[in-house]
Design a protein around this ligand. Structure first.
Ligand code: BQF
Length: 307
């Protein structure tokens, strides 16, 4: 039986550290605010937004929720983004994706001030991730890194396989693993012999979006298996991209769904909001830099803790 990675517990620890720091800032008269914008009535998005508001409450941030109707125009949404960009109480802005079809995610994201872009989706922040200069951590990949760290697994020199190449998870995930000196392979729908590639992975991150497509045949004995999937099985029950029951004996460590990566995504969003606030208030002059070749693991810790 593999060790099950408890994402809820790790996220609770991250949030507790943030709560303590937020409390100290409050004593100096500094409050932290996150604006959460949701357009339309997608039920999953509503759950995610609620999770984010709850997390704000847990760590002591002010959250400002803007629930806009499905018919909101690009002009109206951009006007709100502009207002939030200028609002001094708002340190971070989060626009819940996906947006309704008539709105272009890219146009909206490009109009969020990079220094308030706590999802790290703005091209400026994406570029910084590429060069290992993290103003903001990409939330889900950074959460995955924390979960790997919690297992005590060294990343340097390991075979790391990421399945999925999205801009939100797969691509930035590969970068973070690379910056920790992993030997990284990105797989996708055109990859030949996925099973063979995966079965050589010491660390396997699955972000495909298809229920239980990875079973024990894909897993190397003792591997760290991280499941980013948020899918529904044939009975409509929440499950991941990894067939947990099939893999749990063979993997060394494995994340469950729910209770694995999901809570970490939220915790990392809180961490980014704290960073945004500190930058905004002039408490953090420069973005932390990651220089993996010289500083290796300690660099990651520094980046994560913004020390
Ligand atoms: C848990 C997300 C796909 C597309 C857009 C806790 C969340 C999920 C699960 C959550 C996600 C997934 C979020 C659990 C935010 C993660 O206990 O397992 C929290 O709220 N997430 C999102 O905002 O947009 C998404 C997945």
């Amino acid at each position: 039986m593999a060790n099950i990675i408890d994402g809820k517990a790790v996220s609770a620890q991250v949030k507790e550290d943030i709560r303590l720091e937020t409390e100290k800032l409050k004593e100096q008269g500094i409050e932290i605010g996150l604006a959460v914008v949701i357009v339309g009535n997608d039920p999953a998005s509503q759950v995610y937004v609620r999770n984010k508001e709850k997390a704000c409450e847990t760590v002591g941030f002010n959250s400002y929720k803007y629930a806009l109707p499905e018919e909101t125009t690009e002009e109206e949404l951009l006007a709100l983004v502009d207002k939030l960009n200028k609002d001094d109480k708002v340190d971070g802005i989060l626009v819940q994706l996906p947006l309704p079809k008539h709105l272009d995610d890219k146009v909206i994201i490009n109009n969020i001030l990079p220094e308030k872009d706590v999802d790290a989706f703005h091209p400026v922040n994406v570029g910084k991730i590429m060069i290992g200069e993290y103003s903001f951590l990409p939330c889900t990949p950074a959460g995955v890194m924390e979960l790997i760290k919690s297992t005590g697994t060294e990343i340097a020199g390991k075979n790391c396989v990421v399945i999925g190449r999205s801009n939100i998870v797969g691509k930035p995930q590969a970068m973070l693993l690379l910056h920790q000196n992993g030997t990284v392979t990105i797989c996708h729908s055109k990859t030949k012999d996925l099973k063979k590639v995966c079965s050589e992975a010491d660390i396997l991150v699955v972000a495909v979006g298809k229920p239980k497509i990875i079973d024990a045949d894909y897993i190397k004995e003792g591997a760290v298996v991280i499941d980013v999937g948020m899918d529904r099985d044939e009975n409509g029950k929440l499950c991941g991209d990894v067939d947990f029951e099939s893999c749990k004996e063979k993997a060394g460590f494995i994340t469950p769904v729910p209770g694995g990566v999901g809570p970490m995504t939220i915790a990392m969003l809180m961490k980014n909001t704290l960073t945004a606030a500190k930058m905004h208030k002039g408490l953090l002059a420069e973005a932390p830099k990651d220089e993996p070749d010289t500083k290796e693991r300690t660099a990651w810790n520094k980046v994560m803790l913004h020390t």
